[in-house]
Design a protein around this ligand. Structure first.
Ligand SMILES: [Zn+2]
Length: 263
């Protein structure tokens, strides 16, 4: 058991290393496969032995071997987070279709969150294909692979999730803009919520929005108090939506039974 957990963690950390490449390159419209890894500052190529997830960051003490510029701790953190989430999903779902789908979904959420934190953009190149992938996974789950965990939605629930996720926020953003004359929620958040609906089904939308709003308010107020920033402090919303979707992924059935009594 401990061997398989270690293997899943290592697998997650390796994928996390690739997610770091996506986070760094997608906002600049760069390819995520070529050129090979290089230092973002001095452009020196990174040898394979300096590119081992988690370990390399530690033994290089967070610096580029060539130019000694500090490497962002984000690299270490994303590898650790992806490894830990892979283990959490594995302990919940075992080696199953649900595990594969939820891990792909989680990886997309990680990339979107860190790009939004970095440059305040929810990348369409992840969210739009994500909507299609989520729908396709629900169709495959429905017809080919059993989902013993009731996590993967029916194709209909997935489709309604896309419509509600996209439509609800689109309507809210439109009303907010009409009333206040200010751009509210970004279009990127709307596509992200449609992707969440595609992967988790429509009941996930209100739960995700609720958790995201609570987390966003608590952390937003906390930051305003801590930094003394005024009400103009604009937090990126996508990481909160992603956190809400992840919490739903693990505790959705319990949360749903709170507002949708069992039939
Ligand atoms: Zn360098």
């Amino acid at each position: 058991m401990i061997e398989s957990i270690a293997a899943v963690f290592a697998f997650g950390a390796v994928i996390g290393s690739f997610l770091n490449v996506c986070i760094g390159r997608i906002p600049n419209d760069e390819s995520v496969v070529s050129p090979p890894s290089h230092c973002p500052k001095c452009k020196a190529a990174i040898a394979f032995y300096d590119n081992i997830p988690l370990f390399s960051y530690l033994w290089l003490r967070g610096q580029c071997r060539a130019c000694h510029e500090p490497i962002s701790p984000r690299y270490f953190f994303v590898e650790l987070l992806t490894g830990l989430l892979a283990v959490a999903l594995f302990s919940r779902f075992g080696l199953s279709y649900t595990f594969i789908v939820s891990f792909v979904f989680t990886a997309a959420l990680i990339v979107i969150s860190f790009i939004d934190l970095d440059v305040r953009i929810v990348p369409d190149v992840i969210s739009l294909p994500g909507i299609i992938v989520g729908l396709v996974c629900s169709v495959l789950g429905y017809f080919l692979f059993a989902d013993a965990f009731d996590l993967i939605p029916t194709p209909l629930s997935s489709l309604i999730g896309i419509v509600i996720g996209g439509g609800f926020l689109l309507a809210t953003a439109w009303i907010y803009e009409k009333v206040t004359g200010v751009d509210g929620m970004g279009g990127g958040d709307i596509k992200l919520l449609a992707m969440i609906g595609a992967f988790l089904g429509w009941p996930s939308i209100p739960v995700t929005l609720f958790i995201a709003s609570v987390l966003g308010s608590v952390i937003g107020v906390g930051l305003m108090v801590a930094t003394g920033a005024g009400r103009r402090l604009a937090l990126p919303f996508a990481p909160f939506l992603c956190a809400g979707a992840l919490i739903y992924l693990f505790y959705g059935d319990a949360l749903i039974s709170l507002y949708l009594p069992a039939s």
